[in-house]
Design a binder for this molecule. Sequence first.
Ligand code: PLP
Length: 424
Amino acid sequence: MSYAEQRELESTYLMGTYARKPVELVRGRGMEVEDDAGRTYLDFVSGVGAASLGHCHPVLVAALEEQARTLVHVSNYYYIEHRGEVARAVSDLLNACVPEGERAPWQSFFANSGAEANECAFKLARLHAKKRAAARAEEAGADEAAVRAAMAAAPRVIVTLDKSFHGRTLATLAATAQPAKQEAFQPLPDGFVRTPLNDVAALEALFATQGDDVCAVMVECVQGESGVHPCLPEFLQAARRLTAERGALLMCDEIQCGMFRCGTHPFGFQHFGIAPDVVTIAKGIASGFPMGMCAARAEVAASFGPGDHGSTFGGSCLAVAAAEATVRELSQGGYAESVERVGAYLRERLAELPHVAEVRGLGLMVAAELDESASAPDVVLAGLEEGLLLNFTGPHTLRFLPPLVCEESHVDALIDRLSRILTA
Ligand code: PLP
C-alpha cells in the first residue's frame, strides 16, 4: 500500500496521538530503512532507542523465525525456553561492575513495555515497604492487628526527578514529573513527589521532612525524553545514601539509557558508581520486539509472591527468544567499546556544526542543543529530504539514538547532510 493510501487509512482509523512524519517505512537493514518509494534513510532514531542491533539483524531474525515455528505463546503458568537464560544474563550484566566475590543474583519480572516495567517497580517498592514494616512489628512482638496497622502506615511515597519520563500509564505519568503532561489526566495516583534534578540540598531537605514516608527514589541516570540530561554522580550518590539510611529503595529507570546505550558499561548507573536495588529495562533489550523487565536484588524481589503481579504476555516465548538473541549479541559483540568510541566521535562532529550551541550525552545517547535561530522540528523534516531519520525533544533540541551498530562512516554521512540543512 502506498504512503498516500496508508496515511488516509491511519488518519481515519487511528487515534491522533502521534504527529507522524510524512513517510511510510517498509523495510530495514542495519542502520538503514527504506520507504514505499524505495528511498533509503539513515536511522538515528532506531524506534526511539529500541532497535539496538539495527534493523533485521540476522541473529534476531533467526531467533524469531525459529521460535515462531516452535511455540509463540503459552502462559506464565508454565516454564518455557530462554526466559531463565535472559534473566540470568541480565543479572550478570547488572553485576558487571561488582567485584567477583560480592555478586548476588537479581530476579526479574517480565513485562511488555517500559511503562509496565516501571509499574512493576512501583508495586514492588510499596509492597517491600509494607513487608519491612510487618517484619519489624513482628520482631517487636506486635499482635496481628498491630502488624496490620504497621503495614497500613508503611512508607509509600515514591520520589522522582523534575523533567523525568517514566511512561504514559496513569501511575507512570504520576511519576513523570512534568506538570504539562499530567494536567489533562488528573486525578493521577497519589504518592509521587518530585525533586529537582541534581540538587543534593533539595533532596536532603525532602528526606529531612518526609523521609519516613519515602519507600523509593526512582531516577533516570541519563534523562532521555527531556533532552539527554545526565545526573551528577554526587546527586546519585546522595540518593543512594539517603535511601539506604531509611531502608527505602533506589530504583534506576534504565529503559532508555540501559543495555549498552551509554557505552563502556551495560547499564547507565554503572557510569556513576552507584548500586541500585531495582532496575527497569525495556527498549533495546529485545532489539525492537516489545519487552520490558523489572529486575530487583533477590532480597527485594522476595517481597512478591504468587498473585502479587502478573501479565498475560509478559516474557512470552517470542519476546524472550528475541531478548536472548539480543543480549547474547550485545554481550559478545564488542558493543561496549564501539558505542563508546562512535558516541565520542558523534559528539565531537556534532559540535562542529553551525547553530549547535551544546552537545550532551554518553555513548550513543546524544543531544544537540541548537541556538534560538534554528528550529529542531524543521531540521527533522528537512532530514527526511536528505535521507535521515531524526528526532527532536524540544523546539531547539535534536536527540540522536541510533542503533548500536552505528559506525563512524554513518556519523560522517549524518554530519554532511546535517551541515547542508543547517547552512541552507
Ligand atoms: N522510561 C523511560 C526512561 C523512557 O524513555 C520511556 C520511553 O521513552 C519509558 C519509561 C516508557 O517506555 P514505553 O514507551 O515502552 O512504555
